[in-house]
Design a protein around this ligand. Structure first.
Ligand code: NAP
Length: 263
């Protein structure tokens, strides 16, 4: 199937590793001109080289911290200077810390809001004028299964990511007339560097092996395993494509069946 992504300009936020990198890879493989960003410059260059060495095209890397408004403005400006416009925006960031209600101060809540909500607001604000002018756009927010089924230890994620869902649903209504589609993807447990680090840490704390901890995490997942980052990226690539032309305002899990609710 030709997804019609050749030549499209895509910004993927927080993309030197993990889910973001897999999305950038997937879009670049389909011929999109991809812009990646992250805070750590050397990881960013490594990711750019890795993607470029595996595709027939160019990847542009811009160092940016998505918690900083100026960095986001610069990211979109640099993209437009390089490639002329923005067709596709994948919003993404690091995850907020885990913990319970009593663990967090106002600053913790505001930091999580800035990281996981304001980053999406600011990225969309900067990219939107180009999408409106060309009457074509795809906005895809990477959220989490926590927007459909809270995880006990992740109160910041459970709470703040819901606001991204509200934002996307509202924008989907408002931007449909410009042919701009807005959707969320909701990954479940996925074997990224972040999750591997968590598994490693838990293995050290408990004296169990990496594989034992991984199996424990997988025991509530009907497919019986954690996801690979590419499995989330495959959905993002499809939603970014011409072929997803009638999907907007949706929140789609990629969770191996983990969410137990019907809707
Ligand atoms: N993996 C999962 O199982 C899973 C499940 C549900 C939701 N999620 C969510 O999905 C998102 C990505 O997770 P991941 O597992 O892919 O993480 P990861 O493997 O740790 O990768 C995170 C990427 O984001 C970049 N990043 C982090 N903070 C940033 C910032 N402030 N500005 C710019 N770039 C930033 C990192 O680079 P630098 O550190 O160099 O900036 C890195 O490239 C997180 O919000 C996470 O909570 C993950």
């Amino acid at each position: 199937m030709d997804l019609g992504l050749k030549g499209k300009v895509a910004i993927v936020a927080a993309s030197s590793k993990g889910l973001g990198k897999a999305c950038a890879f997937g879009l670049a493989r389909e011929g999109a001109r991809v812009v990646i960003c992250a805070r750590n410059e050397s990881d960013l260059q490594k990711a750019r080289d890795e993607i470029e060495n595996n595709i027939n095209g160019e990847v542009f890397a811009v160092r940016a911290d998505v918690t900083k408004s100026e960095d986001i403005k610069n990211l979109v400006k640099a993209t437009v200077e390089k490639f002329g416009t923005v067709h596709i925006l994948v919003t993404n960031a690091g995850g907020p810390p885990s913990g319970y209600f009593e663990n967090f101060s106002d600053d913790d809540w505001l930091n999580a809001f800035n990281l996981n909500f304001m980053s999406a607001v600011r990225l969309i604000r900067e990219a939107l004028p180009y999408m409106k002018t060309q009457r074509w756009g795809r906005i895809i927010n990477i959220t989490s299964v926590t927007v459909r089924q809270p995880i006990d230890t992740l109160i910041l994620s459970n709470s703040i990511r819901m606001s991204v869902v509200g934002l996307a649903k509202t924008l989907a209504l408002q931007l449909a007339k410009y042919n701009i589609l807005v959707n969320n993807v909701a990954p479940g447990y996925t074997l990224t560097d972040r999750v591997k680090y968590v598994i490693d840490q838990r293995a050290r704390e408990t004296g169990k092996t990496f594989d034992e901890i991984k199996s424990e995490l997988a025991k509530d997942i009907p497919l019986g395993r954690l996801a690979e980052p590419e499995e989330l990226a495959n959905l993002v690539v499809f939603l970014a494509s011409e072929k997803a032309s009638y999907i907007t305002g949706a929140t789609i899990p990629v969770d191996g069946g983990w969410i137990k609710g019907v809707f």
